[in-house]
Design a protein around this ligand. Sequence first.
Ligand code: FES
Length: 125
Amino acid sequence: RKFVQKGGLLLLIPAVYAWYEMIRTEKMKLNPGQLQFIGNSIPQGFSFHDKAIIHRNNENFRVFEPRCTHLGCIINQEIDGEMVCACHGSRFNLNGRPLNGPAVRQLKELEYNYDPVRDILIINL
Ligand code: FES
């Protein structure tokens, strides 16, 4: 009988955890021009997404539009700590400034809000 009681309690743990995760990650109301990420799903350093490039340094973020300022290719790779456009090789530093062309204009930086309590990053596109 004790075994059954302990087993019942053990079954509660995943249910409580699932409930906690559901509450923690509950979707905030987003405007059409916003993206939402769970903070712990974002790796340190650069991560490339369809509509945003995120650079994470612990709880500090930089977010850029991934569209290259040369001819509009989507930037989706990092080489030696720089964002690199695969189309014609433009390289951008952590501030989005072009280090070598053909791009000459800076990447557009996107505004965001990070809620450390809920661990949610919301990006304004
Ligand atoms: Fe990116 Fe040309 S479109 S370098």
